[in-house]
Design a protein around this ligand. Structure first.
Ligand code: NAG
Ligand code: NAG
Ligand code: NAG
Ligand code: NAG
Ligand code: NAG
Ligand code: NAG
Ligand code: NAG
Ligand code: NAG
Length: 354
């Protein structure tokens, strides 16, 4: 595997160029909320009007100077403790985020927020997704969304006394009413973090990357029934900043040249150089799903594009975590949405390549 890996040698300084703003907010960010959610239907438009597919890699990420953009909301019990780990999509010319919220018993539900500028969000007063089934009775966590033919496909972690941690799925056309289809790979003892490529691939299936130690591949003819074509890993942590584990970030994005750019999260296994043990950072790899089914990734960045740099990312419910789960292109820039120390929700931006 290592043989065919092409590590791009990019200077750290270059991959973080422009990351100059590290202003800590005092206290939690302001709460704007509404009891009327946006009316989304299967006819809603998706994506930015002037969307331009990327080339690998997307560089020059800058953390938003007023992070965090969302945090706990004392008005609402269900999100009174922590708000983080968002998936994101552009729908009807708004950025929509679906995020993980924890109440004071630390039970997770999913909330909805929307924005016309990508930074200032209004949230819906009610959770849009919460435990109803036995396989998720201790929480519904860490959402990732794609939308195909007008239907949203949500992957999330269902946590329960009986089944432990299982990657689960649900579908919706409006983000409010959901059909839960249950654990995606019921026979796998521990599964998490499903990132689906939103187009059918050359082998005739949809592809999903899953796993929170190494990344594995699952395939589906219909986006609902999934199997593993191989038990071999698709990608593993190789570099110092990701040696302990790697885990998918947002759903991969198709590149201008027909490959796919995958943003992922990695954890350092020792304190050395720029990284501390257990630190979650965000990286990028280039994949080619026509190399079915084994991978491996064609290339990956040598250094992360985002690391826990601010106080809000270094100290929180879990220290030293910047966990990316949402990536959109909106009004001429890329926006990455991430959890900060499992406590807050932040955003970073990068230019769209000409
Ligand atoms: C979507 O648009 C079609 C054609 O205009 C219409 O018939 C249908 O009712 C719309 N569906 C929804 C859910 O709004
Ligand atoms: C990234 O920033 C560097 C240094 O500021 C600049 O030379 C380069 O053109 C930028 N790249 C992109 C894609 O914006
Ligand atoms: C947190 O949410 C769970 C599930 O809805 C509920 O059983 C529990 O009572 C809630 N805890 C608090 C303190 O509201
Ligand atoms: C953010 O949105 C809220 C609600 O729409 C508005 O009251 C507030 O002025 C906005 N803040 C900024 C900085 O745009
Ligand atoms: C949910 O399930 C119902 C009943 O099977 C079906 O009619 C509906 O189309 C499904 N909706 C979605 C979004 O999958
Ligand atoms: C979505 O629509 C395309 C084009 O009609 C079709 O090929 C594909 O199978 C559909 N996918 C799903 C999951 O319904
Ligand atoms: C993967 O491992 C399981 C359990 O050992 C086995 O049943 C299955 O056949 C394996 N799948 C493949 C594609 O080899
Ligand atoms: C951000 O973190 C990196 C490594 O994690 C470090 O090299 C850099 O100096 C930090 N930047 C700031 C502004 O703290």
């Amino acid at each position: 595997m290592a043989k065919s890996l092409l590590v791009l040698s990019l200077l750290f300084a270059q991959s973080l160029a422009g990351s100059v703003s590290f202003v800590k907010n005092d206290g939690t960010p302001p709460v704007y909320e509404s009891s009327t959610p946006p009316k989304i239907t299967s006819n809603s438009t998706q994506g930015d009007k002037n969307y331009k597919a990327p080339l690998f890699p997307i560089l020059n990420w800058t953390q938003y100077e007023n992070n965090p953009i969302l945090g706990a909301n004392q008005n609402r019990g269900w999100e009174a403790s922590y708000v983080y780990n968002p998936t994101a999509m552009v729908i009807d010319d708004m950025v929509i985020v679906v995020y993980r919220a924890q109440n004071s018993s630390l039970i997770s539900t999913l909330g909805l927020a929307w924005s016309t500028d990508g930074f200032n969000f209004t949230r819906y007063t009610e959770p849009i997704f919460y435990p109803t089934e036995s396989y998720e009775n201790k929480g519904t966590e860490d959402p990732r969304l794609i939308r195909v033919n007008g239907t949203f496909y949500l992957t999330y972690t269902g946590w329960s006394d009986d089944d432990g941690v299982k990657l689960c799925q649900a579908t919706s056309t409006d983000l409010l009413n959901w059909n839960k289809t249950g654990p995606v790979l019921p026979d796998i003892e521990h599964s998490k973090s499903g990132a689906i490529l939103n187009e059918r691939q050359p082998d005739g299936n949809y592809h999903m990357h899953w796993g929170d130690e190494q990344i594995y591949l699952a395939v589906s003819p219909d986006l609902v029934h999934w199997t593993m074509p191989t038990n071999d890993t698709y990608a593993t942590g190789l570099l110092q900043w990701e040696q302990k584990l790697i885990e998918s970030g947002p759903p991969p994005v198709k590149t201008r040249d027909g490959k796919w750019l995958k943003v992922y999260n990695g954890v350092a296994d020792e304190t050395k150089g720029d990284y501390v043990e257990g630190q979650y950072s965000t990286g990028q790899m280039l994949i080619d799903p026509s190399l079915f089914p084994y991978g491996p990734p064609l290339a990956r960045l040598e250094t992360p594009i985002l690391t826990p740099n601010t106080t809000d990312e270094k100290e929180g419910q879990v220290n030293n975590v910047l966990f990316s789960e949402g990536l959109v292109q909106f009004k001429g820039q890329w926006l990455m949405y991430f959890g900060e120390a499992d406590t807050y929700l932040g955003v970073a931006s990068a230019p769209v390549q000409p």
